[in-house]
Design a binder for this molecule. Structure first.
Ligand SMILES: *Cc1c(COP(=O)(O)O)cnc(C)c1O
Length: 401
């Protein structure tokens, strides 16, 4: 990236960006402007290459320019970008999701994960006739202000949830949760946490909504709900199911989904809802995941990466906590385990910033925030992971400078 490009960006875009974290304010330094990507690597506007662990904030499980996605997009571009009525690929992508995720019978597509989360909450309120929503501290469900009373409780704290439900249970429409939080940095749900959420919500008549925008098709074909064997009432999808194009979706049983217009009274519509390019790209990814499931290999490689980072930090004498579920990881700079958002906020974020800046100089890109996940894709070969481990050791050994 050149200084010129950055000045130009700041002139015409607010803060030089279209999404705040890209401004690099949390880690300092000039924002990276990325021009292209292939496999596990990206290049900035000046042609400098990096091993990429952002992976489109988790959207790219097959890496950049995955051949099935590029083929599907080329073919669709010969027919149209947008047609304005229902396209066959909308049905195909919905079928692929419903076949992979047992709690889903029907799907409604949106243009973003934010919009899908909002739609899921509106749907839960209509289905229950109740108003309030329980969320977890640090959980991210897009940038919308929810049209409801919001109660927040700490992740991994069943007692706090139980207390909130005891007090307000009769007015709670839904509990919405990232089953494996990514937007606080990865938090590992403690044994039974999700199962107890399921029991508590069922007991008080509230819906359980899993925000699987990150975890859907990342932690396995049936997402976090498959991995932890807990079925929510409604699921929100995004990121991976769009194959790298904008998307969101709400899925659930027909009995709940039919409350959406045109069958029911919950209005949702969108010019770009079910956009043909997103649909064909998403369907290409889901077909590829089904034909050749990458999950065991991702698990193995991600576990090796986590061990490697932990060992590198230990050798450098720097206390870290590598939190990992499947191919979602966060390296927290902390002596204590990180189990909730408050723990994550208490980690050494200045040290994270130095690590991220050091990695960047070494040609390795991680999200520019201490409280985000980084991702391994099926395009990451062992050499990419080794590069990150070795760069980490060099950077941490150098110490504060
Ligand atoms: C990214 C994300 C969203 C929002 O999706 P957008 O497409 O960015 O609007 C919602 N929930 C979670 C868990 C996310 O990671």
């Amino acid at each position: 990236m050149t200084m010129m490009a950055q000045e130009e960006a700041a002139r015409f875009l607010v803060g030089g960006v279209n999404s705040p974290v890209r401004a690099y304010k949390q880690v300092g330094g000039e924002p990276v402007i990325l021009a292209r990507g292939r496999g596990a690597e990206v290049a900035d506007a000046a042609g400098r290459t990096y091993v990429d662990f952002l992976m489109g904030w988790g959207a790219l499980i097959l890496g950049h320019q995955a051949p099935p996605v590029i083929r599907a997009l080329r073919q669709q571009l010969r027919h149209s970008t947008i047609l304005g009525l229902t396209h066959p690929a909308e049905v195909e992508l919905a079928r692929l999701i419903a076949e992979a995720v047992p709690s889903v019978e029907q799907v409604r597509f949106t243009a973003s994960g934010t919009e899908a989360c909002l739609t899921a909450v509106k749907l839960a309120r209509a289905c229950t006739g109740r108003d309030a929503v329980i969320l977890f501290d640090g959980g991210y469900h897009g940038h919308v202000e929810l049209p409801a009373r919001v109660i927040r409780v700490p992740f991994n704290d069943v007692d706090a949830l139980e207390a909130a439900l005891k007090q307000d249970g009769a007015s709670v429409a839904c509990v919405m949760v990232e089953p494996v939080p990514a937007n606080t940095g990865v938090l590992v749900p403690q044994a039974d946490f999700l199962a107890r959420l399921r029991r508590l919500t069922s007991a008080c008549g509230a819906l359980l909504v899993f925000d699987e925008v990150v975890t859907g098709f990342r932690l396995g074909p049936a997402g976090a709900q498959g991995r932890f064997a807990v079925a929510p009432d409604l699921t929100v999808f995004g990121k991976i199911i769009g194959g790298g194009l904008p998307i969101g979706a709400v899925g659930g049983p027909r009995r709940l989904m039919r409350r959406l217009a045109p069958e029911g009274e919950v209005y949702h519509a969108g010019t770009f809802a079910g956009h043909p390019l997103s649909m064909v790209a998403g369907a290409a990814v889901l077909r590829a995941l089904k034909a050749r499931p990458p999950y065991q290999a991702l698990e193995r490689r991600s576990a090796a990466l986590a061990r490697g980072l932990d060992a590198a930090a230990r050798r450098a004498g720097v206390p870290v906590q590598v939190n990992r579920v499947g191919s979602m990881l966060t390296m927290f700079f902390s002596e204590r385990p990180v189990r909730c958002a408050a723990d994550a906020r208490a980690t050494d974020r200045a040290r994270f910033a130095r690590w991220a800046a050091g990695l960047r100089r070494e040609g390795v890109l991680v999200p520019p925030s201490a409280c985000e996940a980084f991702f391994v894709s099926s395009a990451h070969a062992p050499r990419h992971l080794e590069r990150m481990v070795q760069a980490t050791e060099r950077v941490l050994r150098r110490g504060p400078s």
